[in-house]
Ligand binder design. Sequence first.
Ligand SMILES: Cc1cc2nc3c(=O)[nH]c(=O)nc-3n(C[C@H](O)[C@H](O)[C@H](O)COP(=O)(O)OP(=O)(O)OC[C@H]3O[C@@H](n4cnc5c(N)ncnc54)[C@H](O)[C@@H]3O)c2cc1C
Length: 389
Amino acid sequence: MTERRKAIIAGAGVGGLTAGIALQRAGWQVKIFEAAPMLRTGGTGLSIMANAMAALNSIGADGPVEQAGQVIRKFYFKKPGGKLISRIPINEIGEQLGHPNISIQRPLLLRALAQQLAPDTLVTSMRCSGYTNHANGVTVSFEDGSTHEADLLIGADGFNSVIRRQMLGDTPIRHPGYIAWLAVTPFSHPVMTEGYVAHYWGRGKRFGVCSVGNGHVYWWGTCNQKNASPDDYSVSKQDVLDAYAGWAPEVCAAIEATPEDIIFKIHARDRQPVEQFCDGHVALLGDAAHPMLTSLGQGAAQSIEDAVILAERLATTPDLRTALEEYQAYRHPRANEMVNSARFMSGIEQVESGIACWLRDWYIRLTPKNNMRKKNLNILSFNSTMGKK
Ligand SMILES: Cc1cc2nc3c(=O)[nH]c(=O)nc-3n(C[C@H](O)[C@H](O)[C@H](O)COP(=O)(O)OP(=O)(O)OC[C@H]3O[C@@H](n4cnc5c(N)ncnc54)[C@H](O)[C@@H]3O)c2cc1C
């Protein structure tokens, strides 16, 4: 009997967990080493769009995710006061693609993925510090001084990946100059029917509300702050209320309903796309490979696509280095297109001048539904290397 190939995954975020499931289902021995003492229990919400659900479906892992989340039924762009700008036919697109778009609380997503791993796959409080490639494998080093051998190391260690830094050197962070406040809280409002998502577009500010199921809302509000210190994560609920004063009643009510201590602040950031995701027996995926702004809601989705495609290539191409090259060649054009499109979109969304906002809203309002559907279909379609899913 041939010995099963062994993979080490650094990072138990969305990408690392999905890679673990995909590789185990393809017959690999997998250990996932996570720096934190447990899977994230905090954090806010996110959307897992139809392309990611299709990728999860291709490895039989979508069921628990759909169960833990809320299918998005309506998706609106609105003016700050609540007047409709446009609607994305999100349900129709989901039906056409055969996979739903989901809103979900991040800890529930991580749990829905982790529960699909074989027992004892996940090792916590183990921070990876580097790797050494050999002719037939890789030695992975950890901060506690231990080392582990594997055929493959997957760097799924997120935005500040140490594996990326070793592979590519320092690649500067880009700050587009805005912050976002975020929270998930129990909340109900007559406007917020099941599966409701709306983005309210103001001048240099946006607010999003997403029903994530179980009577909870995930909300986020962006605000241009060119001079914000990237190390300042302090939150004042009064600042948030002031930023959106006079906006739609559901926006103000969602902030009012949220205790200050569960509101997070982040600084929008990404990095210039690169075309190298691999080095010998090491592959990067997710934010370690292509960190992007949140405007398309595709960061986690692309990490899921990476994980599934990587496992596909490894299952199909016997030589590991060739399989990794195929993974890189297949994934970098699409993932990097998302990085660039998210950055472009975010520039439009965060415009500040009255005339630019008027043009933006006018353009979106007059874009025919069919064009809107086509644009979204490209983003929301998952193309497996094994044939279209
Ligand atoms: C505010 C916000 C909203 C977003 N909304 C969406 C959305 O709606 N839809 C969407 O698809 N995407 C969204 N994203 C993007 C998405 O969150 C990321 O793209 C996604 O989490 C990337 O997954 P990952 O597994 O690559 O990295 P992460 O989720 O960051 O996971 C990395 C893991 O690695 C661990 N780690 C770090 N260093 C080490 C180390 N040295 N050794 C071992 N472990 C390590 C970390 O603790 C973490 O658990 C959003 C992001 C933000 C910030």
